[in-house]
Design a protein around this ligand. Structure first.
Ligand SMILES: Cc1ncc(COP(=O)(O)O)c(C=O)c1O
Length: 449
């Protein structure tokens, strides 16, 4: 039997017990797993074991903007596997990875032109934090050890990303293991000031001054970096107020603090430009990326850094390793080949422009939900949107779970966190699919009021 090919028609019951599912209520799901088992995917749709078709409203987990089973990607993967399926990442390299670093550097904002590869967003974040610490140390400022994140931030699940992250559920079990000297800016979501904003809220630039408060408290000479998502994705699409990121940039520059944009979600087109930095007009010192670079087909992440940061490491004997950090699979050739195919498809399809065309369609449609029962807030920017549902009294998260589960029965895979439904449809979606997605959600919200 070839275990690599699952017989989709197999009538034997799959055993769900050995698999510990990540970020999942295992007992709840395993009590009735069938609706959750996906057996194939094509374009913007999944097909489940029991034959339902589901619209992919979050492009996987924000990672499949080009849709599934793209023939060009499948072919690139096959060809690369036949040509060079692995190459050691340390001391050795290969053409496809070299060309990808060059290509990403060319796409990145001015001045960011050195690329370090990882396999995930979490690893990209931990790498960027280490680079920030090393950079200051090499410049004789080892006292800059503090790392500043933001409330509601999500930077993955490594010890670094967890510590600078700002989601209490991800932190409380591991509170004793948090990295020392981490602090958090306040988040920018304020219902009273910005509910139902379309695009960037007008209120809130001054919230960046929180960083000045931290400088006053800790002294700038102890702060290495600030890390923020330009748009907070996992917390449920929290859009940066107009002028907020500009102000954060000014304060970082004034105090010699490195600014890291975690663009694991916003990188490679989600906001209608190569990076969120481009769309929002603010250039950080480092960008972390993952997800969309390979259309989610083979894991890959990375950090793009300013040349001055890279050059700071290029000291000491030329034959000595400059950064004692890296992963067995850094710049994996299969991931690199798939990344090239994904970038080709984005370029040839002019998909960043397409995102900008779809943005007003999504905005117009999602805000029509405002008058449905129990809607607390609606937000959107780029090809992202979120709807906050009024929770069922005394049962936080229960309403969104009901909406999600009914959605599975009715043909849509939604993403929820707490009572927020977040959407980030594939760039290849048609206008009718975008409005259809919102109409499906409307039906679910009404039924699960
Ligand atoms: C902004 C951001 N950073 C980091 C991560 C972690 O990425 P991964 O799950 O690939 O480790 C995510 C994942 O959603 C993310 O959204």
């Amino acid at each position: 039997m070839d275990h690599a090919i699952i017989d989709q028609a197999a009538d034997r019951q799959l055993n769900v017990e050995p698999y510990w599912m990540p970020f999942t209520p295992n007992r709840h799901v395993k009590a009735d797993p069938t609706p959750r088992i996906v057996t194939s995917a094509k374009g913007a749709y999944y097909r489940t074991a029991d034959g339902r078709e589901l619209f992919d409203s979050l492009s996987g987990l924000w990672c499949c903007p080009l849709g599934h089973a793209q023939p060009r990607i499948v072919e690139a993967l096959r060809r690369q596997a036949e040509t060079l399926d692995y190459c050691p990442a340390f001391q050795m390299t290969n053409p496809v990875t070299l060309r990808l670093a060059e290509r990403i550097a060319d796409m990145a904002p001015d001045g960011l032109d050195r690329v370090f590869f990882t396999n995930s967003g979490s690893e990209a974040v931990d790498t960027a934090l280490k680079i920030a610490l090393g950079y200051h140390r090499l410049r004789g400022e080892a006292g800059r050890f503090r790392m500043i994140g933001r409330e509601k931030g999500y930077h993955g699940v490594g010890f670094g990303g967890m510590s600078v992250g700002g989601m209490v559920a991800n932190r409380k079990m591991f509170a004793t293991a948090m990295i020392q000297g981490v602090d958090h800016l306040r988040h920018t979501h304020d219902y009273a000031e910005m509910a139902f904003s379309k695009g960037q809220p007008a209120w809130g630039a001054h919230l960046a001054d929180d960083l000045e408060r931290m400088v006053a408290l800790h002294d700038a000479g102890t702060i290495a970096c600030v890390i923020v998502e330009p748009l907070q994705g996992s917390a449920g699409v929290i859009v940066p107020p107009l002028g907020y990121l500009q102000r954060l940039r000014e304060i970082c520059t004034r105090h010699g603090i490195l600014l890291i944009f975690d663009e694991v979600i916003t990188g490679f087109g989600r906001l209608g430009a190569p990076f969120g930095a481009d769309r929002l007009g603010v250039i950080p010192d480092m960008i972390t990326f993952a997800k969309g670079i390979t259309n989610g087909i083979v894991p890959m992440g990375g950090v793009i850094v300013r040349k001055e940061i890279y050059d700071t490491f290029m000291t000491g004997p030329a034959a000595a390793v400059e950064l004692f950090h890296g992963y067995t699979y850094s710049g994996h050739p299969l991931a690199a080949a798939v990344a090239h195919a994904s970038l080709d498809l984005m370029e040839e399809g002019d998909l960043f422009a397409r995102v900008r065309e779809l943005e007003p369609i999504l905005e117009g449609a999602v805000h029509t939900l405002r008058d449905e029962p129990g809607i607390k807030d609606i937000r959107n920017f780029g090809l992202t949107a979120a709807v906050d549902l009024e929770p069922t009294p005394g049962q936080p998260g229960a309403r969104a779970l009901r909406v999600f589960e009914r959605g599975l029965r009715e043909g849509i895979l939604l993403r929820f966190t707490g009572d927020t439904i977040a959407m980030g449809p594939p760039f290849i979606s048609t206008p009718a699919e975008i409005t259809g997605m919102i109409e499906m959600l409307r039906g679910l919200i009404r039924t699960e009021a």
